[in-house]
Design a protein around this ligand. Structure first.
Ligand code: PMP
Length: 389
């Protein structure tokens, strides 16, 4: 008998496996599925990025192992983008590191900084990787609850002093997955001061920084004066450039943290294919028009979805950023019972909020990465259910 490691045994059950099973069953019974579950852009990667990949693949220099920290060209490209987009100056040699998607970088950051019994400070709900990797590394999670009445911003004053002494990383992620909340600049300032005061590394997961609506432009946490003393940020090409399959992003910020992350990565992977790194940079050359175009598409879908929900009496606000609508479940349900009912009775997949932490237990997440016709159909199916919302 092959036994799993104790480490794996510590992990909470993976809810998405259950959802996939239910989805497969629904498809087998002939139901046409509308999938608002995954946050995976449905539109193609821009042609200029694909063409650049085709050129880069022809270059034999790129067929060899990539540079551990990412190519010089890639690191300079990221540094130039941070200057142009956020007015943040980064040294490409020491303050920029290529990652194989931000998921990989976030996971390895935990391994670079957290010893057994150290704490990480994690919003609840949150993208599950922060929590899972803390558990795998033997660390402990301190949950910072996010409530609608606090605009889904954690209250840093509620973290006990003994936890602060043992805490190594505080994670923030705005525009947020799953709540779609955005953070005012004053909150980011407070986070940086807090990190410096308690010597806790601030990790800003900025996967949705380019995905915003209604004129809102999301900042980098590195814009806050002094942030480079204590913070790192993850930039991802996945969502803005429809590149989730390509696995490319960057860690930027405090050079001591970047160098520790680099040690783990050097001993674990050999960075991303250089051709992919260079192709991704082509995205920046069209970013000004392309991102506006993409955000207009998501905004139209958001308006159809939120407008439709509101017309049925399900009162939900329009998010200013991210790819999600985070909605409290109707009375009498929790996130799992509601999403199961939607799948079985209407063939619609939404993500139960509890997948992101116990504070998500009365919410579901709906993704905007589905064509508007299907979103309209979802509203019709929801209306037919007569939920008395
Ligand atoms: N952070 C958040 C908050 C996310 O939602 C995601 C993807 N769903 C990631 C990181 C990972 O993105 P990537 O494709 O860059 O690994």
């Amino acid at each position: 008998m092959i036994t799993k490691s104790k480490r794996i045994g510590e992990l909470p059950p993976y809810l998405f496996v259950e959802i996939d099973k239910k989805k497969a069953k629904a498809i087998a019974s002939g139901i046409s599925i509308i999938d608002l579950g995954i946050g995976d852009p449905d539109l193609p990667t821009p042609q200029i990025i694909i063409e650049r990949l085709c050129q880069e693949v022809q270059n034999p220099a790129n067929h060899r192992y990539p540079a551990y920290n990412g190519s010089k060209e890639f690191r300079k490209g990221i540094s130039d983008w941070y200057k142009k987009r956020f007015n943040v100056s980064l040294d490409p040699e020491t303050e920029v590191l290529a990652v194989i998607g931000s998921k990989e970088g976030l996971a390895h950051l935990v391994w670079a900084l957290v010893d057994p019994c150290d704490y990480t400070l994690i919003p609840d709900p949150a993208y599950p990787v922060y929590r899972i990797q803390t558990i795998l590394s033997g660390g402990k999670v301190f949950n910072m609850p996010l409530f609608p009445e606090n605009d889904f911003l954690p209250d840093l004053r509620m973290i006990p002093a003994d936890i602060l002494d043992k805490a190594k990383i505080l994670f923030v992620n705005y525009p947020n997955n799953p709540t779609s909340a955005i953070a005012p600049i004053d909150f980011l300032k407070e986070v940086i001061e807090f990190g410096k005061r308690h010597n806790i590394v601030i990790c800003s997961d900025n996967a949705y920084v380019e995905t915003t609506y209604d004129g809102y432009v999301a900042p980098s946490i590195l814009q806050i004066p002094g942030a480079l003393d204590i913070a790192v940020e993850f930039y991802s090409f996945s969502k803005p450039f429809n590149m989730t399959g390509w696995r490319i992003g960057a860690a930027v910020g405090n050079k001591n943290v970047i160098s520790k992350l680099s040690i783990i990565k050097t001993n674990t992977d050999s960075s991303q294919f250089t051709a992919i790194q260079h192709a991704a940079l082509a995205g920046f050359t069209i970013a000004d028009e392309f991102l506006v175009q993409m955000n207009n598409i998501y905004k139209e879908r958001r308006d159809i979805l939120v407008g439709g929900l509101n017309s049925l009496g399900w009162l939900v606000k329009k998010p200013k950023g991210s790819l999600y609508v985070w909605a409290p479940v109707p009375k009498g349900y929790n996130s799992v019972s509601f999403s199961t009912m939607l799948l079985e009775k209407a063939g619609v997949i939404v993500t139960p909020g509890v997948a992101y932490g116990s504070n998500g237990k009365d919410f579901v997440r709906m993704s905007l990465t589905t064509p508007k016709e299907q979103i309209r159909e979802f509203i019709e199916r929801l209306s037919d259910l007569n939920l008395g919302l």
